[in-house]
Design a protein. Structure first.
Length: 262
């Protein structure tokens, strides 16, 4: 992506979910480039579900970045969250003249319809595409930082059951850096996929993580094991297109930097 094509100095950019793992990194990167950035969250009096403070926050903004996440992963609740939040944000954007809506979604969402969470992300994407606001959807793979939670979810007693399907997680810093570039570029009115540099067996990634953390649990390769309740196929968790953006940080390097040494 050519950063020189359309970056405007001193843009006002609103980052919804701007105090979270990804949002806070994007806020800092954009501020360092001289942009006026609002880190929007309910704790800051800006709520995309109730609409509180939303129009005021978006007034004068050129770009809105949506990295919000549902507090509940229950099927009905997560669908209501993403649909309500997205409708409110898009309506406020129309009212205030926003010219670019950037949203983070998930690689392979439509390929895993058994997941209520991913069905909700697909519904969110449909609302964005139907809106008159120019947009860019960034579909990312899972973050390195989430691998520990995946292990916990797949654990039964001291055994972790996972399939050997391909898994291509990305470092959160790489996602944030690419988002910061996309935000100041022209809207694609399309979707970009973003992943880490390596596609590895899912079970092996988690096994490496546990070994690095001196975790005594054992990973068992189980092709019938589910991912947060969802069955997987070999390519479910990796980009489907050939033009995906790839992060530069390898999972093994990240592990070496972030795990305690003995």
């Amino acid at each position: 992506m050519n950063e020189k094509t359309s970056e405007t100095k001193n843009m006002k950019i609103v980052v919804l979910g701007g105090t979270g793992l990804i949002g806070s990194k994007v806020v800092n990167l954009l501020r360092a480039r001289g942009h006026e950035v609002v880190a929007a969250s309910p704790s800051q009096g800006i709520n995309s579900i109730t609409g509180e403070g939303l129009t005021e926050a978006l007034t004068g903004a050129q770009v809105v970045v949506d990295v919000t996440n549902s507090p509940s992963f229950e099927d009905k609740a997560v669908l209501e969250f993403f649909e309500t939040s997205t409708r409110n944000v898009l309506a406020a954007e129309v009212k205030t003249g926003v010219i670019h809506h950037v949203a983070v979604s998930i690689v392979g969402s439509e390929r895993l319809p058994a997941s209520g969470y991913l069905r909700a992300k697909v519904a969110q994407e449909k609302l964005i595409k139907a809106s008159p606001i120019p947009y860019t959807i960034v579909r990312a793979t899972q973050f390195f930082e989430f691998v520990g939670r995946i292990a916990d979810e797949a654990t039964s007693e001291q055994t972790v059951h996972l399939p050997s399907v391909l898994f291509q997680p990305v470092f959160s810093e790489d996602l944030a850096a690419n988002l910061a570039k996309i935000v100041v570029a022209k809207p694609l009115n399309g979707t970009i996929e973003l992943a880490g540099p390596d596609a590895l067996p899912f079970d092996e990634v988690v096994r490496q993580y546990l070994v690095a953390h001196h975790d005594p649990r054992t990973v068992v390769t189980d092709e019938q094991a589910h991912y947060f309740g969802t069955p997987l196929e070999k390519h479910s968790l990796i980009p489907g297109g050939k033009n995906a953006l790839l992060g530069s940080c390898h999972f093994a390097d990240w592990l070496n930097r972030t795990t305690p040494q003995r």
